[in-house]
Design a binder for this molecule. Structure first.
Ligand code: AMP
Length: 215
């Protein structure tokens, strides 16, 4: 099973991907996570990507597609994949087709998380994660059960993404509207698009995703 989770920043792609990994043993391929790892490690890709990411603009199609290609090539075909934050442009969608074909994979579902854009800024500027295990939280919507202690690993250090500020978020949303939303018709023509209300509670969204995967 290979699926794309599509939706603007803050729609819940990362949260839902983590749930799918846990429930179904799928692999999450997040180009955002890969790029942040590259930035942290100071690799040539990271050095190139950092400023673009800080502005909320899109990194080049070739860079992100190469990252995805390398991950898939190193992975067994039996593992299902969730593409999280990729593809984000028509060119990437085309590259993904070629990458999937090369790796003997077929795209089963494109799931769009629909969200109210006004609520997104609130969602994004309130989010943070465990510095140790990466578990995702939100100041008001999804705080740790014990304040300051990670539910998953007990860690006490948390971090926020540098691009989760209002100015950058607005640019990221603009990029989504201008470049990413227009790729939906490509997949609609193939009859594999489903839409879910991404404003619903996390568990409700998860149930609806599972229903789509069950067919
Ligand atoms: P995300 O974690 O998906 O919100 O991505 C964070 C940032 O990484 C984005 O704002 C872009 O600068 C960059 N990025 C992630 N995925 C892609 C992609 N598929 N294409 C271009 N840039 C990307």
């Amino acid at each position: 099973m290979n699926i794309i989770l599509l939706g603007p920043p803050g729609a819940g792609k990362g949260t839902q991907s983590a749930g799918l990994v846990e429930r179904h043993g799928m692999r999450q391929l997040s180009t955002g996570d890969m790029l942040r790892a590259a930035v942290k490690a100071g690799t040539p890709v990271g050095l190139k990507a950092k400023e673009v990411m800080d502005r909320g603009e899109l990194v080049s199609d070739e860079i992100v597609s190469d990252l995805i290609d390398a991950e898939l090539a190193a992975m067994g075909q039996e593992t299902g994949v969730i593409f999280d934050g990729y593809p984000r442009t028509a060119a990437q969608a085309e590259m993904l087709d070629a990458i999937l074909a090369r790796n003997g994979r077929v795209l089963d579902h494109v799931i769009e998380l629909e969200v109210d854009e006004d609520a997104l800024v609130e969602r994004i500027t309130g989010r943070f994660s465990c510095a140790n295990c990466g578990a995702l939280y939100h100041d008001t919507a999804n705080p740790p059960a014990t304040p300051g202690v990670c539910d998953s690993c007990g860690g006490t250090e948390f971090k926020r993404r540098p691009d989760d500020n209002e100015k950058t978020v607005r640019t990221r949303m603009q990029e989504y509207r201008a470049k990413t939303a227009p790729i939906l018709p490509i997949y609609e023509a193939r009859g594999i698009v489903s839409r879910i209300d991404g404003m619903a509670p996390i568990d409700t969204v998860a149930e609806q995703i599972d229903a789509i995967l069950r067919g």
